[in-house]
Design a protein around this ligand. Structure first.
Ligand SMILES: Nc1ncnc2c1ncn2[C@@H]1O[C@H](COP(=O)(O)OP(=O)(O)OP(=O)(O)O)[C@@H](O)[C@H]1O
Ligand SMILES: [Mg+2]
Length: 281
């Protein structure tokens, strides 16, 4: 037997022993979306390719109307893509216009508005997804307390949404999204309605939570500083149709403190991204 065959054989054996590489947490391949009415067709997104790894935090930025929410809604199983494929841990989220509900049930979603139920306590709001899937009362109570603590709301479990500040309500929404231990956390401008100081504090909280839970996060924001502060990568979408213009890796160590924002390297990335956005006019 020629030497190279033996080598191949050895390599094959090696290949068999090696663990199979885990599939990407999230894979977008050729995603496009068009909205059709009787008279108009809007090409909202086109040719979006993106692979997101386990535990990665990806920020999505772009001008108003470039398709950020549309993309997130497709990832959340709320809107079907016109083309392309979305895989969550290798499983297809959409089969044509039909969504795989077993995949959707493993996603956590947070929107700009907290959308809490006013007549439910904080604990009941947090554990609602667990009730919907049939978890027992004791289990729900325990998990709600654990999550209230994680998002800094210990002691508020029995409060009602009207008794909370905007930032606290948003933390309840995050805790609720985390209750099912989602494979993927999808967030669409979750802090858009908050004042600057509260927002800064929420950025630190979210970073802490993401590190503590090893969550994989797709985070949409208008705010470039927020995108760079939170992201392992920042994806910049351009409009009409929405396409990926650039993907920027952000390498600052974690946990990052707010002071990282005063570092020249941080400022340079923010400036670059801002220029790129400004060029779009
Ligand atoms: N249901 C819909 N029907 C028709 N067109 C839509 C629909 N939803 C979104 N669009 C269009 O798709 C494009 C992208 O909208 P989208 O809401 O995704 O933008 P965005 O990036 O989230 O903007 P913003 O930063 O203002 O939230 C826009 O041109 C919008 O008009
Ligand atoms: Mg939007």
């Amino acid at each position: 037997m020629p030497a190279h065959s033996t080598e191949t054989l050895e390599q094959d054996k090696g290949a068999q022993r090696a663990p199979r590489p885990a599939p990407a947490k999230l894979e977008l391949a050729g995603i496009g979306k068009e909205f059709r009415t009787k008279r108009t067709v809007t090409q909202a997104l086109s040719g979006i390719d993106l692979t997101i790894g386990d535990g990665e935090f990806v920020s999505l930025i772009g001008r108003s109307g470039c398709g950020k929410t549309t993309l997130l809604r497709m990832l959340a199983g709320l809107l079907s893509p016109s083309s392309g494929q979305i895989l969550v841990e290798g499983r297809s989220l959409w089969n044509g216009a039909k969504v795989d509900s077993s995949v959707v049930s493993q996603l956590g979603v947070v929107f700009q508005e907290a959308n809490l139920f006013p007549w439910y306590s904080v604990a009941d709001n947090i554990s609602l997804p667990l009730r919907l899937r049939g978890d027992g009362k004791e289990e729900r109570r325990e998990r709600a307390h654990e999550l209230a603590e994680l998002v800094g709301l210990k002691g508020f479990e029995n409060s009602y949404p009207r008794e909370l500040s905007g930032g606290m309500r948003q933390r309840v929404a995050i805790a609720r999204a985390l209750s099912i231990r989602p494979k993927l956390l999808l967030m669409d401008e979750p802090f858009g309605a908050l004042d600057a100081l509260t927002r800064e504090r929420m950025n630190l909280e979210l970073q802490r939570i993401a590190l503590a839970t090893n969550a994989t996060v797709v985070f949409v924001t208008h705010d470039i500083t927020e995108a760079v502060f939170l992201g392992d990568r920042v994806v910049h979408l351009t409009p009409r149709p929405g396409r990926i213009r650039q993907v920027r890796s952000i390498d600052f160590d974690r946990p990052r403190s707010i002071d990282v924002q005063t570092e020249p390297a941080f400022g340079a990335i923010v400036r670059d991204l801002r220029h790129a956005l400004d060029e779009e006019g």
